[in-house]
Ligand binder design. Structure first.
Ligand SMILES: [Zn+2]
Length: 294
């Protein structure tokens, strides 16, 4: 199945890049007569956007799904041999990564079958951190998407829908992040199947979350994975810094490795966030500063 793209994902990016380019053209100096005094060259204004790193830094000790292959970095040569280099070893699901449709569903697309167009998407960000604070097993429901739509309009076709649960802040403490109980059952938020189903209807291209799974940690049936990946769409897990994104307006680049026959792979995910002229409601008017992650 080919995903119909009713709205080109780059439209959102170009919407705020274009005015910057136009401003540059306006500022191009007029050709000068040879006798005239050289005039200070006018520069393009700085771009009116900032970039947020949505990928967790990779290092040994980072969380790994129970039974998985942890991240291990081994030095294979050093400066006295001419250069420093390393070998990485890890499961394909360690760190910020993409689940391809074929991860759960036979016959669906693998990583190398995802298109470049599907990797640059307008973001819809659901802010769920308050609901999750009182319930680590929180499941993102269709009603949560309904709440977002009541405020911002229908989720546009071609979107990447991100669940900001606040859980990403725990990533540097693997035990706290996976949050296993005495019986080994994990407790962290994820999507419910009805949310995945609604987003298929909305023709979203991808979903993402700042936890270790699209499904809540305690799930044994992986209904969100099966519903979403079964619709031949991809998911992104272990995202960072979702709290730094606006509910709408950001463009996200999902830089996943293109692995032939691959079912999951690590991704550097970056969000381009336009500056707005609207007055800031935060106490700190400079709160929206560039982020390079933590
Ligand atoms: Zn997954």
């Amino acid at each position: 199945m080919v995903l119909p793209m009713k709205m080109h994902p780059l439209a959102a990016a170009l919407a705020f890049v274009a005015p910057v380019l136009a401003a540059c053209e306006t500022n191009t100096p007029e050709p000068q007569a040879p006798s005239s005094k050289p005039r200070a060259s006018r520069r393009c204004p700085p771009p009116r956007h900032h970039t947020v790193d949505l990928a967790q830094p990779m290092q040994e000790g980072m969380p790994v799904w129970p039974g998985g292959v942890p991240f291990k970095m081994t030095r294979t040569s050093d400066y006295d041999q001419g250069f420093r280099a390393h070998r990485f070893e890890m499961g394909e699901n360690v760190g910020t990564h993409v689940d391809a449709p074929a991860h759960f569903v036979p016959g669906k697309r693998t990583l190398a079958q995802l298109t470049a167009e599907e990797m640059v998407l307008p973001a819809v960000v659901l802010d769920l951190h308050e609901k999750v604070a009182g319930n680590p097993d929180y499941a993102v429901r269709a009603g949560d998407i309904g709440d977002w739509e009541a405020a911002h309009g229908e989720v546009p076709p071609g979107a990447l829908v991100l669940a900001n649960t606040g859980w990403g802040a725990r990533f540097r403490d693997a035990a706290k992040y996976l949050n296993a109980d005495g019986g080994g059952v994990l407790h962290f938020p994820g999507f419910a199947a009805d949310a995945a189903k609604l987003l298929v209807e909305r023709d979203a291209v991808a979903i993402g979350i700042d936890t270790a799974s699209l499904d809540p940690g305690a799930s044994k049936t992986f209904d969100a994975h099966k519903t979403w990946l079964g619709a031949n769409r991809y998911g992104v897990e272990n995202l960072a810094n979702l709290d730094k994104l606006p509910p709408t307006g950001a463009t996200v680049v999902v830089g996943v490795l293109s692995v032939v026959e691959g079912t999951e792979a690590q991704a550097r995910v970056l969000a381009i966030v336009p500056e707005t002229d609207e007055p800031q409601t935060d106490d700190d008017p400079d709160a929206a500063t560039p982020s390079s992650g933590h």
